[in-house]
Design a protein around this ligand. Structure first.
Ligand SMILES: Cc1ncc(COP(=O)(O)O)c(C=O)c1O
Length: 440
């Protein structure tokens, strides 16, 4: 059995997280419940940042907050000195409300609206990561009208796509994001922005994939971007000061996953960037990364209560929980795998195999295909590990199921940071329909 971060098993045979009994948490706050091990989030944040400091390069580690956004986690991210990647007006609004330092906010997105761009200018955020030519037009117009400066990075697609242990290089990458590095789009975007009076082009950005377990793809991507930077330096005497290599560092969802330590990913990147910039004769740029999953993924555990069970003879045994694809869409969306444990009987032999079903009206609403557990009964508390990233943030009200509560645990203390939605919340924006009387 693999436990994460501060998790352990106490004398009652219960799972504990952050020194708090998970069974007590389920009883106090109800289930489904997202429990975040904040010490683990802090440890991950510090590990990334320390590696940059040891290597003595300029850096920013931006938390890719699409993984799990909210006021409380933004507050912890700020305490840890992280920067913040937001991708919508809603995430930006939440960050501002949390008091996050505005100058450390990076705004992403492939279809930012004028209202979102205005908000970024109003709040004087750190930078906008520019995705396309339409956005360049909007930004120029906005900056000129306001006579206001804004730092920008160009998001480029380097033609490298990485996922887990595989990566491929493609000539023309088919992606909805960014300017293609190989077909002239990136050069055109550069020409349209680098000399602009208000737009301050500070560097390049790329994000090559998710759940990546090796460093070669990051190295290739950084080499390609640095080559482009070297070309612009030679042709236009322009020096990029920032190279943002995105996120995508893998985590251990199940025993099939073997992630590297944060330090390994980062050290390899730094080495490549240093060598390539020295070769090209320009100063080593600041290196920015934006991990989401690798900062928050394994810090999150979801607690569910088991209800019904069903045997399909000679085929499988189902155990159903009180949540499902409404709080974790990843298994249904892309076959994501998870591991689990009975939190109230954590030391018992796991000699049965169950398919963990959700409660949504979809046959595909299965959280785990093959969960190794003791014989389960109604009322058992199931802990599903590594649900911290893209779980709550992708949750929905499908079937009018209310979103779970979120609790932070740290050093034996627990704190509710997001309340469970109520049925009243479900209809709070509804105004009903009044049928007009038929005209005579
Ligand atoms: C631009 C960008 N940066 C960072 C991330 C975070 O990726 P991960 O959570 O895999 O680290 C994503 C994820 O989709 C992304 O699109």
């Amino acid at each position: 059995m693999h436990l994460y971060g501060t998790q352990s098993i106490n004398e009652n045979g219960h799972l504990t997280i952050g020194g708090v009994d998970a069974v007590d948490l389920a009883a106090q706050y109800g289930t489904p419940l997202f429990v975040y091990d904040i010490a683990l989030f802090r440890e991950r944040a510090q590990a990334f940042q320390k590696t940059f400091e040891n290597e003595q390069v300029g850096y920013q580690v931006a938390y890719a907050s699409k993984a799990f956004s909210g006021i409380a986690i933004y507050q912890v991210a700020a305490q840890e000195g992280l920067s913040l990647d937001v991708v919508s007006g809603g995430e930006l609004y939440t960050a501002i409300q949390s008091g996050f330092p505005k100058e450390k906010i990076h705004f992403h997105g492939n279809n930012k609206s004028q209202a979102e761009i205005d908000m970024a200018f109003d709040e004087e955020i750190g930078c906008i990561v520019v995705d396309n030519f339409h956005e360049i037009d909007l930004l120029k117009k906005t900056a000129e009208q306001r006579q206001q400066k804004m730092n920008i990075l160009l998001r480029v697609t380097p033609g490298i796509e990485a996922h887990t242990h595989d990566y491929i290089t493609t000539g023309q990458e088919d992606s909805k994001f960014g300017f293609d590095l190989n077909n002239g789009q990136a050069d055109r975007a550069f020409m349209e922005t680098y000399a602009h009076e208000q737009l301050e082009l500070i560097g390049l950005h790329c994000h090559i994939g998710s759940q990546i377990f090796e460093t070669a793809a990051f190295q290739m991507a950084s080499e390609k971007l640095l080559l482009k930077m070297a070309g612009w330096k030679q042709d236009h005497s322009y020096t990029c000061s920032v190279l943002n290599l995105g996120g995508g560092f893998g985590i251990r969802y199940t025993e099939e996953d073997a992630p590297l330590e944060p330090a390994v990913y980062v050290k390899d990147m730094i080495r490549t960037v240093k060598t390539a910039s020295e070769g090209a004769g320009f100063p080593v740029p600041e290196i920015w990364i934006e991990p989401g999953r690798s900062l928050i993924g394994d810090a999150g555990t979801t607690l569910y209560t088991i209800g019904s069970t069903k045997d399909v003879p000679d085929t499988r045994r189902y155990a159903a929980v009180d949540g499902g694809m409404s709080d974790n869409i990843r298994p249904a969306l892309y076959g994501a795998k998870y591991s689990s444990l009975l939190a109230n009987r954590a030391q018992e032999q796991a000699e049965q195999v169950y398919t963990i079903a959700g409660k949504c009206c979809e046959s595909g609403d299965k959280l785990i295909e093959e969960a190794q557990l003791p014989e389960v009964s109604a009322g058992d508390i199931l802990a599903v590990f590594c649900t911290g990233a893209y779980g709550y943030s992708m949750a929905s009200n499908y079937n009018r199921i209310t979103r779970p509560a979120v609790v932070f645990v740290e050093e034996g203390k627990h704190q509710l940071v997001i309340r469970r939605e109520s049925f009243e919340d479900l209809i709070k924006n509804e105004v009903g329909y009044v049928q007009e009387e038929a005209k005579p």
